[in-house]
Design a protein around this ligand. Structure first.
Ligand code: FES
Length: 125
């Protein structure tokens, strides 16, 4: 499995931005006082065809949220729901410090919330 470098991801984060009229949208954190992530999904045939994120957070949070989008793109929604903070950390080259491990949580939680938003919209329509 390909491994990713925090430094490279931070210097050239992939999938930054917004998607107009997303099929799923999720947030995690508090935009007023701290770390915060928005995730936008386009989904076709239950697969994530596009994913974008906005992150207000530390460099590691930006890098690891970008990594989450790389892991999620193209996946079936059921498989994407299994992208936890541990999965993100396991996809890194080497280890990051204990105090930075929680930075992986923002993207994983925002992705989960975006998937739940998609599922609930699907049920309502
Ligand atoms: Fe809190 Fe990175 S998200 S230090």
């Amino acid at each position: 499995m390909k491994k990713f470098s925090v430094k490279e991801l931070f210097l050239s984060p992939q999938n930054c931005g917004k998607i107009e009229d997303p099929d799923g949208f999720g947030i995690y954190g508090d935009s007023e006082c701290g770390d915060y992530v928005e995730v936008y999904l386009k989904i076709e045939d239950e697969h994530i065809t596009d994913i974008k994120f906005l992150c207000k957070g530390c460099p590691t949070a930006i890098a690891l949220t970008s990594l989450m989008t790389i892991l999620a793109k193209g996946k079936h929604v059921d498989d994407a729901a299994e992208i936890t903070d541990e999965v993100i950390l396991d996809s890194l080259e080497g280890e990051i410090s204990e105090e930075k491990k929680h930075c992986s949580n923002l993207g994983a939680e925002a992705l989960y919330n975006a998937l739940m938003n998609y599922v609930l919209k699907d049920i309502e329509s």
